[in-house]
Design a binder for this molecule. Structure first.
Ligand code: NCD
Length: 311
């Protein structure tokens, strides 16, 4: 396949299709090999990657900045926009144009849904969406799809349980779309009644003829999960703090709950966790979130940067 990502923006899970996913997985394998054997390469020597983060981040920011440097690129890390001209009132368009005069690609995270997609046409260089509000987080979905693919090369007979804030979690939304594209059999979206998956994603999943269950009862369904994907209730997306406080601890993954699950089930969480998985679960061999999933973040982001910036 000729590289469809070269010099393109990477904005949405729509770019993760039946055709591009195998190509990306191969590239991620190659980057894993480089990271584990030599640590780095000079494929992107002479390039500069800017990380522009208007929301907190530990893993996404850290893995992108590491990925850039392991490929031989330099970095412009804008970790807190408080020190930038945004604080003087500069628009996102002008900020992106400015940074594009110094960098070859921009990794952008912003609290408003669709802001990354909306600003991309103003950019002189490729923009990579590192999370736009509660809308999309396509690079996270890719690394999670890759992690799941390592354990289940086919999803044809697989049931995926998503547990948490289906309404606001950009990672549950994005991963649902990608796993549907990969041919999963059944989704169980477990959320409080007030935080159900929004109609835009439901409509896309229905087009794939996937069986869907929406429930607030984890115990009843955990026995059928092949993948359990949990994510925190997204505090920063609530208008009413009292509403968040009321439901924040509604789902907690504990060893007794996991006794009801298949021994082969894998557990993912994009992190940070804020109580939704008890620390005793970290020792469970099914808990991929504690290391494997995060390591794959580095390889995945190396692959994306390489494909966007080299032919
Ligand atoms: C997620 C995010 O930012 O959406 N974290 C991440 O990128 N690893 C999940 C979250 O914040 O809950």
């Amino acid at each position: 396949m000729t590289n469809p990502f070269y010099k393109q923006h990477f904005l949405s899970t729509d770019q993760l299709t039946k055709d591009t996913l195998p190509f990306l997985f191969q590239e991620i394998d190659a980057m894993k090999e480089i990271a584990l054997t030599k640590g780095k390469t000079d494929i992107l020597s002479g390039k500069i990657i800017a990380g522009v983060f208007f929301e907190p981040s530990t893993r996404t920011f850290g893995s992108f900045m590491s990925a850039a440097q392991r490929l031989g690129a330099g970095i412009i890390p804008f970790y807190s926009m408080e020190n930038s001209s945004v604080n003087k009132g500069e628009s996102l368009e002008d900020t992106i144009r400015t940074i594009g005069c110094s960098a070859d690609a921009i990794v952008l995270r912003h609290p408003e849904s669709n802001s990354v997609q909306d600003v991309a046409p103003y950019s002189y260089v490729p923009i990579i969406n590192a999370g736009d509000g509660g809308h999309e987080h396509p690079t996270q979905a890719l690394l999670e799809a890759y992690t799941i693919h390592q354990h289940y090369p086919s999803l044809e007979q697989r049931t995926i349980g998503f547990v948490g804030d289906a309404k606001h979690s950009r990672t549950i939304r994005s991963l649902s779309k990608v796993l549907a594209e990969m041919g999963a059999k059944k989704f169980v979206w477990v959320s409080p009644d007030s935080l159900r998956m929004l109609p835009d994603v439901v409509a896309i999943i229905k087009q794939h003829n996937i069986e869907i269950i929406e429930t607030n009862n984890v115990e009843e369904h955990i026995g059928e999960f092949d993948v359990m994907y949990t994510n925190r209730i997204q505090k920063e997306r609530f208008d009413d703090p009292a509403e968040y406080e009321e439901i924040k601890d509604v789902f907690i993954t504990t060893p007794p709950l996991l006794e009801k699950a298949k021994p082969t089930m894998i557990i993912l969480n994009p992190l940070p966790r804020v109580g939704e998985i008890s620390p005793e679960v970290d020792k469970d061999p099914r808990a991929l979130y504690i290391k494997e999933q995060m390591q794959n973040a580095l390889y995945t982001r190396m692959a994306l940067l390489k494909l966007i910036l080299s032919q």
